[in-house]
Design a protein around this ligand. Sequence first.
Ligand SMILES: Cc1ncc(COP(=O)(O)O)c(C=O)c1O
Length: 395
Amino acid sequence: MPRFPEHSPDADSLSDRVFGAAAPSAGRPPEPVYRLNVGDTYLQPLPAARAEAQLAAEHPQLHGYSPVQGEPVLLDAIAKKIERRSGIRIERPQLQVMSGATSGLGVVVTALLSPGDEVIVPSPFWPLIRGIVRFHGALPVQVPIFHRLHEPGFDPIAALEAAITPRTAAIYVNCPNNPTGQILSDAQLQAIGELAERHQLWVLCDEVYEDLWLGEQAPPPSFSHAALRERAVATHSVSKAYGLAGARVGYSHGPEAAMEPIRNVQTFFTYCAARPMQLGAARALSEGDSWLDDARARYRKAAASVAEGLGLPMPEGGSFCFFDARPHVGKDVAAGGAAAEFLARAAAVGVMLTPGLSSGEDFGDWVRLCFTCIPQPELEAAIDRLQPLMRGGDR
Ligand SMILES: Cc1ncc(COP(=O)(O)O)c(C=O)c1O
């Protein structure tokens, strides 16, 4: 048991550097430095959704607590958005506003799982999910699938099923996936639901990129698949689609049996999300469709420039490209060291990227690049700097 001045060993399993950038291999990088290591956007949100648009004169108690479940106007906007997007009608008791999806997923894990429970976490994954699961006493079980989905003969459902043990309590499903941008097919999502049904598991759907699809048509949100619906708790956010990451507003919904304990736990986490930003989020959800169409068109162009410029596959959704750095660093670099080498070379040309290891133990040679965080001309300048490294090989 730690005593002053020591701290909890659990805190050592977490780090504020998961998105961390490497130091340049030599010398000072050129200016400006392009930080493509954190998943954010350069776009300003819809004017009506911004912090400065929420006025105390219009909202008495603007700076007071809001109800734990969430501001009624936001709860209505969420229910309407879900119905518009998926055709599913969500009743009030099934909804809970969260202080962003990071905190929201922590609340969900704490409410539904017990210490020692295992959570299947398909990898590569969003860098914070492993720590969230661990920090709340459960054990993340990494199953590499997203980078293999198009591999002939690879069966992701069999891979997931092979990782299930009597201690497995849940599967985390993030689609579109951070970092690969992969979108699971209807058949794959349906099969994950059936798998969860067979093994009596919760499904923790992470829907934060549901609106950032880059193909022709919106895929149905994962929770909306019939086999998932009754056992899925889906967590969403206004951070990604609406450019409101600093607002810290998200929401979860699921069966009432799950939402009651979730609401109880939320009361003890942050009590409520920031009221002014809940009001802003309500405006984004109800009035932001054309803002979102425009953002998606910009992101599609950004993704296409990275894919074309660096010779990578076009991501299907999300904000990232994720690639194996081995072919780009040359044979002399030891296995597991390719990402560190590539990151250092990228840092030397003033481009910061994320190490793949943050997305799972199997990705020590991989690198993540965010294409939504800087405007198009700057992104193109960053691509120009990275291009020689992609041809890199044995330099
Ligand atoms: C897959 C995934 N889930 C959840 C989150 C957290 O979102 P929020 O900003 O709402 O905490 C992120 C943020 O990067 C993410 O990529």
